[in-house]
Design a protein around this ligand. Sequence first.
Ligand code: URA
Length: 484
Amino acid sequence: MEQPGPGPGLGSAPSLPALIRKKRDGERLQDTEIRHLVQAVARGTLQEGQMGAMLMAIRLRGMDLEETLTLTREMAASGRVLEWPEDWQRLLVDKHSTGGVGDKVSLALAPALAACGCKVPMISGRGLGHTAGTLDKLEAVPGFSISQSPEQMRSLLEQVGCCIVGQSEELVPADKVLYSLRDVTATVDSLPLITASILSKKAAEKVSALVLDVKFGSAALYTSLERARPLAQSLVSVGSRLGICTVAVLTRMDGPLGQRVGHSLEVLEALQCLEGRGPADLRQLVTTLGGCLLWQCGQASSVGQGATRIAATLDDGSARGRFQAMLQAQGVEADLARALGTGTEEQRFQVLGRAGAQEELLAAQDGTVQQVEALPIARVLHELGAGRTQQGQPINHRVGAELLVAVGQRLVKGSPWIRIHYDTPELSDPQRHALQGALVLASSEPFAPSGKVAEILLPQGSRSLEELMGEQGLGSSRAQLSCT
Ligand code: URA
């Protein structure tokens, strides 16, 4: 494995307050200054106050594309960069999301890609803001270890084909520090910081192809498609400049993805998806994002064909088998991994644990479900212990919500529409009120809900999903996607 050195041209170190002042005043930072800053973060020589001030200066003043690229490279080089056997190169792929509510796609997609013969060295994240993280979800499984050395990751990829791990002192340590600090300094929604955070992990993974799920909507980091598009463009540009074949898929995040929100409940729903069941929107996203990746890395002649291959691994149990193998290889006892992989829902609950109390809320009037807003649900679950307000705080994995209705469904006053799982604190009246506000009913007739995928951004511009999936569309012309 490569151990990156300090790099050339550092010269005499600039003072950290001077760099903070420079960015605060809207100036651009030089490569050497960004390198100095990232090294100070990784070595722990930057005080927390200074880091918070710099994050806020970047959040308010932004960074141009070159600064963002340098920040990404330096963050990736703050730890070890993974190395893989030559013959894996085309197979190394990954997916990352900018964060949503109920987003358990990675749990199903990593093993599905492994079942297709890909190698997925996924370095993921914890919860940020109101969004929950893949690592926290996996830690709902007793014994699962997100701390894996580069050598262990290699053996996981040899044995299973995929692993899901966290940043560490060895892997992108600068992101580990900045990620958790952003969560508590109101600097999560910064375009250059998101770009560098996500892509530094992928650059350290040394993957060849990457698909990014860029969420927009009331429960996403950016609320509108227009505001999320620049983030998708920044991710695709910087990813391509790093030599990674990068595609961004812009997806709606107004309502939760799937019917379950909360760490343990989302593991259960991912398992349903892994056995060919579960909500249609989740399956559509897993197969679409996976289809893109198989197409990008040349394992499928079109996105549609790739999506069909991913769907087959969900339906024939091979993806679930990989998930079970990954759990076991990452520290879960064999009988628990087996109960989760092949057990009934009740046996799975026994492994993950169930919150002490459940309460169903009832519809206050008749109507057709127009939307279930994800943000109020995520905020209430956060207050009930599913999220952090301080760095490193423990969370309650069993807190969660199950939607009992779907968009477009007709509801009668008094019928249950959501079930909240909680321990203490108990649900308060203001929380019940906030949750009731999440149910948007209309008096009109049922209508067809729109799909989650809005737009797909390739290095050369945007395409619709239909164009990419269609029989002619981009069909077999992968050449249109310039991958270095
Ligand atoms: N995921 C990351 O890894 N970083 C972000 O900033 C947002 C989502």
